[in-house]
Design a protein around this ligand. Structure first.
Ligand code: PLP
Length: 302
């Protein structure tokens, strides 16, 4: 069904209060056909986000995965980004109580192309440190992808746009680095790859996990721990990761170049590894693929 044909009540709970959860996935072409990257992991997080919000999805994990595959198959190669969305629906009283409010699930797909931009993916992006603080883990669950949490991201992204930058980095209530508006962040210092831990108020990104695994497979040491603003400003390399953004180098922060202002060697290596893993071009990582036209990953292995 085309998005414009959907009718929603103006009394939809999710519309008023951000009571919903969502996911973002990407489909890529592989030698064996179209595949959704890390489908099972995304849909597990979708279920966990819904569970946190006590939003009853009424669908099992396998059914959700099959639905995503069917949507990708039906929409062809142009559809490269998939957005499962679950939200609380019609509530006649407009009260905040969730009891008795029905839940709805939709799977949407669009053509996204490069989220931040092709130039930024190859040359690096300009970011600001936002004046908006990332909400704390005491204020909400940041492990869950809750629609209402994204008002904070919206403000920070707009602040970046108005400043002529590509993206914003938010600090958390401890003053350490949290993440971007729709991306996790990594720094490289003395050959070690470092990303904020989950207590630093970040989403448990699927791409973050992919990058940690790719870096370890390439022999690098990785650390998940708080990162100070001072460390960020003197890092050898900085890049941001997300399903939409993929891996994007940061070339300036508040106008100050990161090292020489050019993407660093580890960033470039990880971009290449990620590119190959997502497209089935690295056989070590084919378990991350989910072919939309067959379940026969076994065929790939022979
Ligand atoms: C706030 C935030 N952080 C990080 C990410 C990256 O997560 P993932 O790699 O699972 O797409 C996203 C993207 O959904 C996000 O919205």
């Amino acid at each position: 069904m085309a998005g414009r044909d959907v009718k929603l009540s103006l009394l939809t709970y999710g519309l008023h209060y951000g009571g919903g959860v969502f996911e973002g996935l990407r489909a890529y072409d592989t030698p064996w056909g179209r595949s959704v990257f890390r489908l099972a992991d995304h849909m597990r997080r979708f279920q966990e986000s819904a569970r946190f919000l006590q939003l009853n999805l009424d669908y099992e994990h396998g059914e959700l995965c099959e639905a995503v595959k069917a949507v990708v198959q039906a929409n062809g190669a142009h559809a490269d980004y998939i957005r499962p969305l679950a939200f609380f629906g019609h509530t006649s009283s407009l009260g905040l109580d969730l009891k008795g409010v029905p839940a709805h699930v939709a799977i949407i797909t669009v053509h996204m192309g490069s989220y931040i931009g092709d130039r930024q993916a190859s040359e690096g992006m300009d970011v600001i440190i936002s004046s908006w603080e990332k909400p704390s883990n005491r204020a909400t669950s940041l492990t869950a992808k809750i629609c209402g949490n994204y008002v904070n991201s919206m403000l920070a992204k707009h602040e970046a746009t108005m400043a002529g930058a590509d993206e914003a980095i938010m600090l958390n209530n401890n003053g350490t680095v949290a993440e971007g508006t729709g991306e996790n962040i990594f720094i490289v210092r003395q050959g070690r790859l470092i990303t904020p831990d989950l207590a630093s108020c970040v989403l448990e990104g699927v791409t973050r996990d992919t990058v940690l695994q790719l870096a370890r497979s390439a022999g690098y040491q990785t650390e998940e721990r708080p990162i100070t603003r001072g460390e960020l400003m003197v890092a050898d390399e900085v890049f941001m990761t997300g399903t939409a953004a993929e891996i994007v180098p940061v070339r300036t922060i508040n106008g100050v170049p990161v090292e020489d202002g050019r993407p660093g060697p580890l960033t470039i290596q990880l971009q290449r590894l990620y590119h190959d893993a997502a497209r089935g071009e690295d056989e070590r990582f084919i378990d991350w693929l989910c072919l939309v036209e067959s379940d026969q990953l076994e065929l790939i292995r022979v």
